[in-house]
Design a protein around this ligand. Structure first.
Ligand code: HDD
Length: 727
């Protein structure tokens, strides 16, 4: 047993033993709380060294345990209290540290310091999440993804608590608890987990036509991202920028991923959920550990105050986007995630975001969803994190010291000196002082509000379908098919015929083809008639709540289709190489070298783990066996030649299934020319199937070039137009 004294100082290392890749004001701030037990001796929470952590204290070695065993009692009590309530929504998440830097000063728009100074690197903590599932649910659920960014600025924390979709299901926060109750597992039997394919969700949605635009996004492939690193983020609401002169501009925030926006196939998502429920979490972790830091550009759409009413929708309505054709997105800065957490609970679980955390230069608008959020986020942390001092938890505290007269409460850490805990005071010399506006004191934008108090929705919010149509019109053919398939799946799981019919009526307000294709899959006719919209108009006129059915002014927006995304690199793409004893090392190594050189991650998969013997007589280490991995965990497959390897894999059902499934999910597949017998053994090799994304070559260098170009395309969705592969 080692007998060393605990270290007085804590180590700044992260839990991989590697030095943090980038030191920021926040990483320095976290260091006093970061503990590394390497070479240390175990002690109790009171500091007493522990001699035996294996046995409780007993009256005789076969006798009863003794109550005086303070070491056991402390350990067990702490364990019994380890869990805290999970988030009521966005329970499953993953976080990482990073930095943000603005490209050029935005001082003409905002006085926010972190957007004014290109030399300033602002530390950030980002948490991605799914919305509906529990903490232990699968990453690849069909769901919206949370994209919450905490900027630790020198003027305090700014939280941009967004999603990977630019609109929301509801317009008014009053409906949030109902939306979430309907989406979560049903209350009588708590089924289904992390899925909206059930009656209560679609019952609610079918009665809320304002959700139609968001439903189009949620039923699109945006809801099943290939990677958290390959999805967009949006602040959703219209915010305000305030400059030094006090002028306000409306602003929408965007995050644009440098790797492009990519998804998986729905059938693939279902299988990934079984093969690796931590698929996204692992992908993010591995990317950061390997130095492939995920990056996004911060985009803004800016609208002058005077132009507030020039759109065919209301800027305050969170179910609407500003089409990029109307107001282009300016890319103003870059976010880089460069450090994994040291401790999931301390950081990712305890981080507390709040839409209300803003800094001078940024302000709210009267979006009624945003206004309700301003209440909910602090309130939820009070129960989740157990009291009013959650801002003191290291991951939540700002990088600037906090001086105010807020005191006490459960788990208070700060030791405030002095007698004066009130303001104004003279006994404390009047401290802490209030800040002048010119010295950075926050002052709200003096928006003029002159109105009657009403519990009502603006008529300008009643256009429920035009942007759902815009989204539909802007999708490629394969994306439209995926939306039809997703709705057919989800509504197909709904037991209530009334609900299904009501949803078909809603879809008919978006597009006839969409509605009739889903109706066909459900074996139902498309019902006619208006959609239902609940609401008690304060003016007594039911027409107030009737949906306005119209075409959008902008009829097509390229930015809405993932088909138009970046397809010029294969960075961090996972490539499977199927091989067995007798594989051609020359081919395998040539292709692997080129793929790795282009930034892909290549893994050799064989019938068994360990090593395979190559045709040339060397041994190659196997990364995974067919038992421990699956095609759905890769972006593309390569099958090198080598006579014995080809014979072995041709007769290996797992290898053939691997290839058939990769084909079904529209992935690039490459064969050495002499590996063609394996192709012949696949289902697609026996059909007159389209050959896009299928590469066969006897020159390994040429094959690698063609393969890289194919992998860049991500997927060959047109394959789905012919008969699907039975895999
Ligand atoms: Fe929310 C969490 C995003 C509407 C109430 N929300 C939460 C998280 C994200 C969002 C990303 C997880 C933060 C984290 O990682 O810890 N929420 C949104 C977006 C919305 C939205 C983009 C619409 C534009 N949310 C919304 C409304 C309400 C809430 C209307 C209530 C009035 N949201 C919450 C919450 C959560 C939350 C209950 C649960 C855990 C938490 O806050 O910290 O307060």
């Amino acid at each position: 047993m080692t007998d060393k004294k605990p270290l007085a100082k804590n180590s700044p290392k992260n839990n991989t033993g590697k030095q943090a890749s980038s030191e920021t004001a926040k990483t320095i701030d976290l260091q006093p709380q970061t503990i590394d037990a390497t070479d240390q001796t175990m002690n109790t929470n009171q500091g007493t060294l522990i001699n035996d952590d294996m046995n409780t204290l007993k009256a005789g070695d076969r006798g009863p345990s003794l109550l005086e065993d303070f070491i056991f009692r402390e350990k067990m009590t702490h364990f019994d209290h380890e869990r805290i309530p999970e988030r009521v929504v966005h329970a499953r998440g993953v976080g990482a540290h990073g930095v943000f830097r603005v490209y050029e000063s935005q001082a003409d728009l905002t006085k926010a310091g972190f957007l004014n100074d290109p030399s300033r690197e602002t530390p950030v903590f980002v948490r991605f999440s799914t919305v509906a599932g529990n903490r232990g649910s699968t990453d690849l659920a069909r769901d919206v993804r949370g994209f919450a960014v905490k900027f630790y600025t020198q003027e305090g924390n700014f939280d941009l608590v967004g999603n990977n979709m630019p609109v929301f299901f509801i317009q008014d926060a009053m409906k949030f608890p109902d939306l979430i109750h309907a989406a979560k597992p049903e209350p009588d039997n708590e089924i289904p987990q992390a899925a909206t394919a059930h009656d209560t969700f679609w019952d609610f949605i079918s009665l809320m036509p304002e959700s139609t635009h968001m439903i189009m996004w949620a039923m699109s492939d945006r809801a099943i991202p290939r990677s958290l690193r390959m999805m967009e983020g949006f602040g959703v609401h219209t915010f305000r920028f305030i400059n030094e002169a006090g002028q306000s501009h409306f602003v929408k925030f965007h995050w644009k991923p440098l790797l492009g926006v990519h998804s998986v196939a729905w059938n693939e998502a279902l299988k990934i959920s079984g093969m690796d429920p931590d698929f996204h979490r692992r992908d993010l972790w591995n990317a950061i550990e390997s130095g492939n830091y995920p990056e996004w550009e911060l985009g803004i759409q800016v609208v002058a105050e005077a132009d507030e009413h020039k759109f065919d929708f209301d800027l305050l309505d969170p179910t609407k986007i500003i089409p990029e054709e109307s107001v282009p997105v300016q890319r103003i800065g870059r976010l880089t995630l460069n450090r994994n957490t040291d401790n999931y609970f301390a950081e990712t679980e305890q981080v507390a975001f709040h839409v209300g955390n803003i800094v001078p230069g940024i302000d709210f608008t009267d979006d009624p969803l945003m206004q309700g959020r301003l209440f909910s986020y602090t309130d939820t942390q009070l129960i989740r994190l157990g009291g009013p001092n959650f801002h003191e938890i290291p991951i939540n505290r700002p990088i600037v010291p906090v001086y105010n007269n807020q005191r006490d409460g459960f788990m208070r850490q700060t030791i405030n000196k002095g007698k004066a805990n009130y303001s104004p005071n003279s006994l404390g010399g009047g401290c802490p002082y209030q800040a002048m506006i010119k010295n950075g004191g926050f002052n709200s934008f003096p928006e003029r509000v002159d109105a009657n108090k009403v519990r009502q929705r603006s008529r300008s919010f009643m256009d429920h379908f035009s942007q759902a149509k815009l989204f539909w019109y802007s999708q490629s053919d394969y994306e439209k098919n995926h939306i039809i398939d997703a709705l057919s799946f989800e509504l197909g799981k709904v037991q209530s015929k009334v609900v299904r019919e009501r949803m078909l009526r809603t879809l008919a307000h978006v597009n006839d083809r969409l509605a009739s294709a889903v109706a066909f899959a459900l074996g139902l006719p498309v019902p006619e008639g208006p959609v239902v919209n609940e609401g008690r108009p304060a003016d007594g006129n039911p027409k107030h709540y009737e949906s306005i059915v119209r075409e959008p002014d902008v009829k097509f927006s390229a930015a809405l289709s993932m088909a138009n995304t970046i397809k010029d690199n294969i960075l961090t793409r996972q490539i499977a190489v199927l091989a067995s004893n007798g594989v051609s090392a020359t081919s395998l190594n040539t292709v692997k070298k080129q793929l790795s050189g282009a930034g892909a991650i290549v893994e050799v998969i064989a019938p068994r783990q360990g090593f395979i013997q190559t045709a040339e007589g060397d041994a190659i280490e196997v990364d995974k066996s067919f038992l421990t991995t699956a095609s759905v965990l890769y972006d593309a497959v390569y099958v090198p030649g080598g006579a014995n390897s080809v014979i072995a894999l041709e007769q290996e059902p797992d290898a053939i299934h691997f290839l058939n499934e990769a084909w079904r999910h529209c992935k690039a597949i490459a064969f050495d020319a002499d590996a063609e017998p394996i192709l012949k053994a696949t289902y697609f090799g026996q059909q007159a199937a389209p050959t896009e994304g299928l590469i066969i070559n006897n020159d390994a260098n040429l094959l690698a070039d063609q393969f890289i170009q194919a992998v860049q395309q991500h997927r060959f969705w047109d394959r789905e137009l012919t008969r699907k592969v039975p895999a």
